[in-house]
Design a protein around this ligand. Structure first.
Ligand SMILES: [Cu+2]
Length: 507
């Protein structure tokens, strides 16, 4: 399918979309769009696992962004914007201490920007929202958005990732100013796993027993396209979504690695699940349910920024958009033949279903979850530390309704913070509704949630924190190595596109 055909499909998408309210009481801030075609029953299609990207030369990768049609719902083709034409994109696997270059080539009909979420990345490689890569052969307009110029190139850009960071589950996705929501919604997201010797030395599940799981919610039009209510179906000029969806776009189908409510056959053994919430606005509370038996507990071994110091057992886990949880689940405690259904306790109807595992065979299991996993250096806050408050709330954006930080819409050239490298600062995030707050360049540590300490899922190094309605969360930040301009933003992608982003200069 050609570029123009893709945009044609977007143009026809929204008519008659049915809506269901989905306010904070349901656990997410957003508006659910009802699919306009019949949905398949859950737990019929196999879980896909994205292929691992193969280097084109030592430590060099090439990813071509292109339009494709994928069979996501059985029997119908869905047009996607895909890294290498697939969704999720190929998984990039790198090792700590070993720099790589990933070249992104844009054969899509729209400009793109690639951000490595969780990457400790120099500013010129981080995916500044105005550093556009125009489509191959597009020489029409290099002025950037709103006349604000970034480093605009046509066709290709090399992103250098130094690899000087802990092993962790990262992900890459589009980050173009004003259009991140539709770009990610239509498919521009993939895993990037950093591995290291420390983690390899642990007896954790690996190989086929290590699964990356990308969760996202989507709705479908009658002809099988993703239904996303962009104001500007060309994805080029006018930011934002139709008024009913400005709180956030929620789908009624839960995709795991791009498949609707898939099923996966497993050994009776431990599995490592790297769970990513790549949804635009939906939060999840995941529970491993067992028919006729108690729920299966999960053991958290890692967070956004890699391993925890020690494992933590949970009855259920919560993830806001952008967050990752590294989990170990032991299917070995169950008899062969057991079905384990991962449900979303914050969902209802079709969005309460997520994924099913079928324990199909007995197997040898030499793995373990050691009581000590790693060393997490605590960030020590000096008594005279700089303290900053960032208030995330609705507000006017250029005469329209939008989302602001400290009452201001995203102003690329006006930093809201200038933070010296190496210094620990305390940043306070204050909200009106749910806002998952993401900071680029370096992870942070949660100090307080409200009047208490960190919440149950706030442990270890975080780069995205789930701030709930009318909540106050304090985090300790410390930036290192790279001087330049970065962003801090809400990872509800509709909020982000409607200006809930701030420039941060590291100095
Ligand atoms: Cu937000």
């Amino acid at each position: 399918m050609g570029r123009r055909a893709f945009l044609g499909l977007l143009g026809g998408a929204a008519a008659g979309a049915a809506l269901a309210g989905c306010g904070p009481a349901s656990g997410s801030t957003g508006e659910q769009i009802a699919s306009a075609r019949p949905l398949p029953p859950p737990y019929r299609v196999p879980l896909p696992v994205p292929p691992v990207a193969r280097p084109v030369a030592p430590d060099r990768y090439l990813i071509t962004q292109r339009v494709a049609e994928l069979e996501i719902l059985p029997g119908v083709r869905t047009p996607v914007l895909g890294y290498d034409g697939i969704f999720p994109g190929p998984t990039v696997e790198t090792r700590r201490g070993r720099p790589v270059v990933v070249r992104h080539r844009n054969e899509l009909p729209v400009p793109t920007v690639v951000h490595l979420h969780g990457g400790h990345t120099a500013p010129e490689h981080d995916g500044w929202p105005l550093d556009l890569v125009l489509p191959v052969g597009d020489t029409s307009d290099r002025s950037g958005h709103h006349g604000m110029a970034g480093d605009v190139v046509a066709g290709e850009r090399d992103h250098r990732y130094e690899g000087d960071q802990r092993a962790a589950t990262l992900w890459y996705h589009d980050h173009r100013m004003d259009f991140t929501g539709p770009a990610v919604h239509h498919g521009l997201a993939g895993f990037h796993l950093v591995r290291d010797d420390e983690e390899d030395a642990l007896p954790l599940p690996r190989g086929d027993r290590e699964l990356p799981l990308m969760l996202c919610d989507r709705s479908f039009t009658a002809d099988g396209a993703f239904d996303y209510p962009s104001l500007d179906r060309s994805l080029r000029t006018v930011p934002g979504v139709e008024a009913h969806a400005m709180e956030g776009v929620l789908g009624d189908v839960v995709l795991v690695n791009g498949a609707p409510w898939p099923v996966h056959d497993v050994d009776a053994a431990r599995y490592r699940l790297r769970v990513l919430n790549a949804s635009g606005a939906r939060r999840y509370r995941l529970v491993c349910t067992v028919a006729g038996g108690p729920d299966l507990p999960v053991t958290q071994i890692g967070s956004d920024g890699g391993l925890l110091a020690a494992p933590v057992e949970h009855a259920a886990v919560e993830l806001a958009p952008g967050e990752r949880l590294d989990l170990v689940v032991d299917f070995g405690v169950l008899p062969v033949g057991t079905e384990v259904t991962v449900r979303n306790a914050l969902g209802s109807g079709t969005t309460s279903d997520v994924l099913r595992f079928r324990v199909v065979r007995a197997a040898r299991d030499d793995t373990a979850v050691p009581p000590v996993l790693s060393v997490v250096e605590p960030l020590v806050v000096p008594v005279d530390a700089t303290r900053r408050t960032f208030t995330f709330a609705r507000g006017p954006v250029g005469g329209h309704r939008g989302w602001t930080i400290n009452g201001r819409p995203f102003e690329p050239d006006v930093p809201q913070a200038r933070t010296p490298l190496g210094e620990v600062e305390v940043w306070r995030f204050v909200t009106d509704v749910h806002h998952p707050v993401h900071v680029h360049l370096d992870p942070f540590q949660v100090l307080h949630r409200g009047t208490g300490g960190p919440g149950p899922f706030d442990g270890g190094w975080k780069d995205t924190v789930d701030v709930r309605p009318a909540e106050v969360v304090d985090v300790a930040v410390r930036f290192t190595d790279h001087r330049g301009r970065y962003v801090l933003h809400c990872h509800n992608l509709e909020h982000e596109d409607m200006a809930m982003m701030a420039t941060v200069h590291t100095v």
